[in-house]
Write a protein of this length. Structure first.
Length: 397
């Protein structure tokens, strides 16, 4: 409790402080309170939430009366009526790029698609806020990842059927997936035609190899502002993106091209948390806990996370760094689970998430992937389950 001493000292000046589950009850300094109507909840990082059970008391007024600074008090999430227009108050402004940076092992795309489905259905958002209207939502994907995104979206609950998954093609003649900054005009034309309120995309699938991700973020921000569309971009840990999600998130938060930056990190007892890092429109608040429950419901939200931003970032990335071949191993296992896949499609899917061919080759050896030549070219498949050892030798095709 040492980190809460400044808060407790302020409360004791008013007397009648009693411990309660997760915090304290005290007399509220913002009105004539003789019973102790102020609920003070620990929110992590030595900060607290102030909630007066009497009507009409605002958090800012209570904090001012207690002489507590913002470093000690978590500002409650805004509502749809507060400040700028919101897709999700405090998390996703209605214009500009909001970024979710994922710690290794957290499926950030599943988190974004769950938010997308809720937004499209107009149902309660993860923190319980109820949107005033349903929104039009589009998911941008590469031709190689559109099927996976649609499959994941289909199990995100009500509203998923209202979300459009667009496999956008770019380049001359539409011969490949969308790439930024080269295909910025194509992206802007599509958004002008469809006019979605929210666009969801995986940042690594639209940024070509050797082009800095920050350049793609800049282009996205410019297009978003011109069209007036909110963009929710995600980025997972990979060899290309860099392993330190905290470093990447802090760099993004200092950029002029992001309206909001959040981290998706591991928590205690198998839980995960979506923790705001920075927002250009609102004070940073506490995170939200969730579990990734599998294919039947990829994301299940629970409660407010007790870990604040600093605490979550201090614990991120520690003892969880894995070689890039682990990501390639998971990718191959998922792609080949249903049967043989052309080698060129496997390499394209790997390149879309920033995995080099040599890294994929190492994972193929680990899995014992079998390469076979067919009338339509080389295909890759998983070894027969009944075979022993590492499977057949792997061709370099």
């Amino acid at each position: 409790m040492q980190k809460y001493e400044a808060v407790l000292a302020a409360l004791r000046r008013w007397g009648n402080v009693r411990p309660t589950e997760g915090g304290w009850l005290a007399r509220c300094p913002a009105h004539d309170d003789r019973q102790g109507a102020l609920l003070v909840l620990a929110a992590g990082d030595g900060r607290v939430e102030l909630d007066c059970l009497a009507e009409g008391c605002e958090t800012q007024d209570i904090a001012a009366a207690l002489r507590l600074s913002p470093e000690h008090v978590v500002v409650a999430p805004p509502t749809f009526e507060d400040g700028p227009s919101w897709i999700w108050p405090g998390y996703v402004p209605a214009a500009g790029v909001s970024l979710i940076d994922g710690e290794d092992g957290v499926n950030t795309l599943a988190v974004a698609l769950d938010i997308a489905a809720r937004t499209a259905a107009g149902v309660a958002l993860p923190d319980g806020q109820q949107p005033r209207v349903a929104r039009t939502v589009m998911v941008l994907a590469s031709p190689q990842t559109a099927g996976q995104a649609a499959e994941l979206l289909a199990v995100c609950g009500p509203g998923s059927e209202h979300v459009e998954v667009a496999a956008l093609l770019g380049g001359r003649g539409g011969q490949r997936g969308l790439r930024l900054p080269a295909d910025a005009d194509r992206l802007e034309q599509l958004l002008h035609e469809r006019r979605p309120d929210l666009v969801v995309l995986d940042l690594m699938t639209i940024c070509p190899y050797r082009v800095p991700v920050e350049r793609a973020l800049q282009v996205l921000a410019e297009v978003s502002q011109r069209v007036g569309t909110a963009v929710l971009a995600v980025r997972e840990a990979s060899k290309r993106a860099g392993w330190s999600s905290t470093r990447r998130a802090m760099e993004a938060s200092r950029s002029l091209h992001t309206a909001a930056v959040h981290m998706a990190v591991h928590g205690a007892n198998g839980a995960m948390a979506l923790v705001p890092v920075a927002s250009s429109e609102w004070a940073v608040m506490g995170g939200l806990q969730f579990h990734q429950a599998g294919r039947t419901r990829p994301v299940v939200w629970s409660s407010r996370s007790a870990r604040g931003r600093d605490e979550a970032m201090a614990g991120a990335d520690l003892s969880r760094r894995r070689p890039a071949s682990t990501s390639a191993y998971r990718l191959l296992s998922r792609l080949l689970a249903a049967g043989p896949v052309p080698t060129r499609d496997v390499l394209a899917a790997a390149a879309a998430v920033g995995l080099a061919p040599r890294t994929v080759q190492r994972a193929r050896r680990q899995l014992g992937v079998v390469a076979s030549k067919t009338g339509n070219g080389w295909v890759l498949s998983l070894p027969d389950r009944g075979s022993s050892g590492g499977g057949a030798p792997v061709s370099d095709q």
